[in-house]
Design a protein around this ligand. Structure first.
Ligand code: UD1
Ligand code: UDP
Length: 385
């Protein structure tokens, strides 16, 4: 029987690197499903870091607001994105808007859809730290998005429970797993062509082996707004001391493009022979870098989900987390941001093999690589397709 029904129009709105990594596998799956017509609007709250991901997933945006500006404030992002999205929504007139996670683009995407009286599905719904200002502004972005959303695609049972405690109807929540695991499983299966930065990493590791040292790779990312300034400097001092005290440690830090991250990183870390500061890596290269790391230190959300899936212990460079599942499973640990705390926790994992092995177990509280399929099933059921 021929289905003459018009496809259900979905508009995916995102703007930063992590949203793109977690949303593009879903966008690609929607594009392959004849029940849907899926288009993409990027605010480009990030520019280079977003473009890197779009290229790897081979998706071109249908609408690009190109809003990024150096030193952009939350007010700048909000004003530019909401105004730009007004036109996009008028032109594309979707049946459903998809937003992901907790960035300013996420919340403004949901708000703009609400102004246009268009239903919203929230991917990676229900994460909560319980602290309005930490992470800032992400905790409030995701809570406000949750209030607007009609359909909540929760990655875990904990996320679903959080939503139900806030009064969201159970029938609107679907547990899907996190699409980052779909992305990661795909990425580690791809060949990983060397780049200038991956060559630098390989050369450093080889040089250390040639000098008779084991080489243990510590992969670091750090960018959170609430860590900018003093906390970030403290973290960087801890990293430097780790490199100074452990001859077999190499630290690789692909720096976020934010100058407020790069400046102190250069000042505190640049001149140590076993610390490599690199440009943001492309996702494939970065996934492979994580895979060969001994330990991951990060304040990123995505890495807290990816590291456990790869069996890598992760020290979270924050005082709280909205991703408690990996902490409960024993692969993640809160390390705070002061230099003593970060140094001591990392040093223990370098010195105490049994403490390390207790954390280095592959657990996957965030999904089984089927989150896109489940998300599509949930959207289809919700839309009665
Ligand atoms: C944003 C999100 C954060 C997310 C993070 C992922 C908000 C408020 N913050 O934070 O939730 O975890 O992205 O990385 O939504 N820059 C470039 N090129 C790029 C990207 C950034 O030059 O490709 C520079 C620009 O100078 C920009 C600055 O980085 O002004 C900060 O970017 P912004 O999106 O405001 O904040 P992030 O810290 O990246
Ligand atoms: N990532 C990447 N290249 C890098 C650093 C990180 O591709 O050089 C990926 C990482 O694997 C994860 C995502 O970017 O999937 C995390 O993005 P980010 O740290 O910018 O944001 P957050 O997760 O904190 O929101």
């Amino acid at each position: 029987m021929v289905n003459h029904k018009a496809p259900f129009r979905v508009l995916a709105i995102f703007g930063t690197r992590p949203e793109a990594i977690k949303m593009l596998p879903l966008v690609k799956a929607l594009k392959e499903d004849p029940r849907f017509a899926c288009r993409v609007a990027v605010t480009a709250q990030h520019r280079e870091m977003l473009d890197q991901v779009m290229e790897i997933f081979n998706v071109t945006a249908d609408y690009d607001l190109n809003i990024m500006a150096p030193g952009q404030t939350l007010y700048d992002i909000t004003a530019r994105a909401v105004k730009g999205l007004e036109k996009v929504l008028e032109q594309s007139s979707p049946d459903l808007v998809l937003v992901h996670g907790d960035t300013s683009t996420t919340f403004i995407g949901a708000l703009a859809a609400f102004y246009g009286q268009i239903p919203v599905a929230h991917v990676e719904a229900g994460l909560r730290s319980g602290n309005k200002y930490s992470p800032f502004p992400e905790e409030m972005n995701r809570r406000l998005t949750g209030v607007i959303a009609d359909l909540h695609l929760a990655p875990t049972v904990t996320a679903k429970t959080n939503l139900m405690q806030e009064g969201v109807e159970e029938g609107r929540i679907y547990i899907t797993g996190n699409t980052v695991i779909d992305a990661l499983q795909w990425a580690v299966r791809q060949p990983c062509p060397p780049t200038e930065d991956t060559r630098r990493v390989d050369e450093l590791l080889k040089k250390m082996l040639d000098q008779g040292h084991l080489s243990r790779l510590l992969t670091v990312t750090c960018h959170r707004r609430e860590n900018l300034g003093k906390p970030m400097e403290e973290i960087f001092h801890a990293l430097r001391r780790l490199a100074e005290d452990f001859d077999d440690v190499a630290v690789v830090f692909p720096m976020h493009k934010n100058p407020a991250v790069r400046r102190p990183a250069q000042e505190i870390l640049a001149d140590h022979p076993r610390i490599l500061l690199t440009e943001p890596m492309e996702y494939l290269q970065f996934a492979h870098l994580m895979d060969k790391s001994y330990l991951i230190l990060t304040d990123s959300g995505g890495l807290q989900e990816e590291a456990p899936a790869l069996g890598k212990p992760v020290l979270v460079l924050r005082n709280n987390t909205e991703r408690p599942e990996a902490v409960s499973a024993g692969t993640a640990m809160l390390a705070g941001t002061d230099r003593h705390s970060v140094y001591t926790k990392a040093a223990r994992l370098l010195l105490d093999k049994s403490a390390y092995l207790a954390m280095a177990k592959a657990v996957n509280p965030y999904g089984d690589g089927q989150a896109c399929r489940r998300s599509i099933d949930a959207i289809a059921r919700w839309a009665r397709l």
